[in-house]
Write a protein that binds this ligand. Sequence first.
Ligand code: ATP
Length: 355
Amino acid sequence: MALKIGILLGDDIGLEVVPECVKVMKAAAARTSLAVEWRELPVGKRGHELHGKTLPDVTAKALEATDGWVCGPIGHNAYPRNDPTWVMPPIRKRYELFANVKPVRSYPNIPSVHKDVDIVFLRETTEGMMSGSVVLAGSGEFQPNEDIAIGMRVVTRKGANRVAREAFEIARTRRRRMVTALHKEPVYRLVCGMFARECRKVAAEYPDVEFNEVLIDGFALKLVMRPQQYDVVVTTNQFGDIVTDEGAGLVGGLGLAPGLVVGERQAMAQATHGSAPDIAGRNIANPYAMIMSGKMLFEWLGRKRGEPKATQAAQLIDAAMERVIAEAKHLTVDLGGRASTTEMGDAVAAALVLS
Ligand code: ATP
C-alpha cells in the first residue's frame, strides 16, 4: 500500500524550500520504487486566506489520514498573531506529537566550531514547563501578587518512557549505539527522578545499546568542549530546547538544522529555522534543513511501517547530500557557495542517481 504524505508549504521561504524537499523525496521514492501518495494542503498564510484559519479544518482532517507530512516554517508576520487556531500547538496536541528529533552533524568542508560531530537530540515536547500544553484548564503559571510568579513543571511516566524508547530505537539504527540521558536528578528529585528512572527502565530492554546519564549543566560544558563523545541524546522539554540550539550552533547554524516531530502514529518533517522573511522570495534560502527533515520522515516511516524501501530512499538522500556538499559546486550563499535554492535542490536530486 502506498504511503500517504501531506505537503504543507508554510510561509515565506517555506514556499521555496519545501518544494525542493518534495522534489528530492519524490526522486528518491522513484529510484527505490517506493509508492507514495502526495497531497498538498493549505496552512499558514494560505490557509488563513482561503479558510480564515492558519490550520484550516480541511487540512487538520486530511492530515489524520496521512502517515506523516512535511511542513514548512509558519511565518509570524503574515497574519494576525491573535488567530486562536495558531498552527503549531494544535498540531502537536491533535496528532500527539511528543518528541522533536534534531540531528546535529558536521561536514568536513562546511565551517563549524567542531569537526566529526554526529549527534541526534531528542527533546520531549508535550510536558515540562510549557504551561498551556500541560493543563486541561487554567495555566501552569500564575502570579499571586506583584512580587511573586510561580510556574510548574510536569513529567509523566508515559511521556518520559515514550521519548526514551524512541531514542533507543534510533540508537539501534546507528553505528555507535549509545544513548545519553540528560537531567538533574540530584536537585529535581521528583521530576528529573521520574525521567531518569523511565530512561533506565527502557535501557534495560535494549542491552545492545550503551546507556549513560549526564547532568544537564555538565553536559552544556562537555557539548561545547568535546561534542564528538555523544551519539543519541535524550532529555526533557526545556533542557532540550536549549541544548538543541547549542548543538545547531556547533555545526553551522540554522540552515543546517533539520528536524522530525514524532508522534505515536505519525511524524512531521520540519526544519528548525523560521520562515526567514528577510530572504524570502529571492531563491537563496538553503534547502538543506528541509530536505534532510524529509529524509528523516522516510527513515521513520521505514522503521515504523516496516517499509525497507523508505529506509533505502532515506539512505539515498543522505548519500546524495553528502556528495553535493563534498563537491561544493551547488551550495547556497550561507554555505559559502553561489547556488540558488532550486539549483541546490536539483543537484541533490541529480546526485541520487549516482548514489
Ligand atoms: P521564527 O521567529 O519564525 O522562529 P527566527 O527568529 O528563528 O524565526 P529565522 O526565520 O529562522 O528566525 O531566521 C533567522 C536568520 O537565519 C535570518 O537572518 C534568516 O535569513 C536566516 N535563515 C533562516 N533559515 C535559513 C535558511 N534556510 N537559509 C538561509 N538562511 C536562513
